[in-house]
Design a protein around this ligand. Structure first.
Ligand code: EZ4
Ligand code: CO
Length: 402
């Protein structure tokens, strides 16, 4: 089998997605997600200019060699743009191989370790009582695990919270929105929220929270200790994660489990976190970390050190990534949980797929390959529109992590 052509589809059915389609001489094609939120065209150009010309004529079954060709062979290793581009190629090749062998991708990754994938949803409220209402709505939908984010008294806007009645979406069209931040107000407020959720809904619900990179290690240690009575499933991204040893300090102070990695793109972002057992859940995602091929190696390393997966699954990851993640989650032993932020129904129409949600779990179908397609006609009706993630400042104006 030979790769004959590859093309990119950049569309914006409510939000931007970059999709790579690789075609072969046997009529089989594969899909890969290349979406990097707020930087979409950088990845599209990288693929178009530097990767696609080198793919033509290759045997799509040689997944490992093609991966190394684009990783080692580029000389300029790592980084989110490069790794998202390689991920798209990798996903498409696994899709092709599954279709060619007439089997779902999970069978190529070791076979089924489980039939259902526990997911967590987002409950975002403008204030404490609104957040409690939204938690209730999601419990009614069957979710067993819920991430709570809330507006904080005295802060105009914060991560993860939409205006009342609106759906939260990280990126917005136009120039970056500016939000403001106070660590002090946040740290004082959050334990009250967790306490209120536990008082109202009891102990069985898995409760999660995303600190979104905003604390220092000692502040994160306080956060974790204050949260201990409410036994969170995890605290996510407690600190900015460039410095892996930060997590040792947090770890020394608290038993609240730690999840990190949605912006990682290589094993070298997390090798110490894993081997020194400084975290509990790895949030890396197939689209931003080079694809299924390297993540399989990372997951196997993590298994040795009792680190489980908790892949990123926000709306900026396309249904192609969700399908790939569900195959992956089905196969590996050390699956933990999968994030599920449902796509707009239009996105599901543009990307028809063979997975579904029911009563707190996701189920992958048994179509060959990844089991997801792209409706090219429909996609062409929604052209790319530039959008940005917000930026964040402390109350005195200092730039901060968003
Ligand atoms: O901010 O996907 O846990 N989920 C998150 C997401 C990320 C966005 C960035 O594009 O933190 O909402
Ligand atoms: Co996050």
């Amino acid at each position: 089998m030979k790769i004959t052509e590859a093309k990119l589809v950049v569309c914006s059915p409510t939000r931007n997605f970059v999709t790579l389609i690789i075609y072969t001489d046997q009529g089989i094609y594969g899909l890969g997600d290349a979406t990097l939120n707020g930087r979409e065209l950088a990845v599209a150009t990288y693929l178009e200019e530097y990767c696609i010309p080198c793919l033509i004529g290759r045997n799509p079954f040689d997944i490992e060699d093609i991966w190394q060709y684009f990783y080692k062979g580029a000389y300029w290793k790592r980084g989110p743009v490069t790794m998202s581009a390689i991920a798209a190629i990798d996903m498409a090749l696994w899709d092709i191989k599954g279709k060619a062998l007439n089997t779902p991708v999970y069978n190529l990754l070791g076979g089924k370790s489980r039939d259902q994938i526990m997911v967590y949803c987002h409950a975002n409220g403008t204030d404490l009582s609104h957040t409690l209402e939204v938690v209730h709505e999601h419990l009614e939908m069957g979710y067993k695990a819920i991430r709570v984010q809330s507006g904080i008294p005295g802060i105009a806007s914060t991560y993860g919270v939409a205006a009342k009645g609106e759906k939260y979406e990280p990126a917005t069209r136009g120039l970056p929105h500016e939000s403001s931040w106070s660590t002090e107000k946040y740290l004082n407020f959050m334990p009250n929220l967790f306490s209120a959720v536990r008082n109202k809904y009891g102990d069985n619900l898995h409760l999660l929270h995303d600190c979104h990179h905003r604390l220092t290690p000692i502040e994160a240690a306080r956060f974790g200790k204050d949260a201990e009575p409410f036994h969170l499933f995890w605290m996510e991204d407690p600190v900015s994660e460039e410095l892996q040893e930060s997590f040792r300090l947090i770890r020394n102070h608290t038993t609240t489990p730690i999840a990190v990695g949605e912006i990682f793109n290589s094993v070298f972002d997390c090798n110490r976190l894993i081997t020194e057992q400084l975290i509990d859940y790895l949030r890396m995602t197939i689209v931003h970390s080079g694809g299924i091929t390297p993540l399989q190696k990372i997951a196997h390393l993590a298994e040795v050190y009792n680190v489980r997966t908790g892949f990123h699954g926000a709306t900026d990851l396309s249904p192609v990534t969700m399908a790939a993640a569900l195959h992956f989650n089905t196969a590996i032993h050390n699956f933990g949980i999968q994030e599920h932020m449902p796509h707009d129904p239009l996105v599901d129409e543009v990307f028809p797929h063979d997975y579904h949600f029911n009563d707190g779990f996701m189920f992958i179908g048994d179509k060959p390959g990844l089991g997801v397609d792209l409706d090219l006609d429909l996609a062409s009706k929604y052209p790319y529109q530039r959008a940005f993630l917000p930026v964040n400042r402390r109350e005195d104006g200092t730039m901060w992590n968003w």
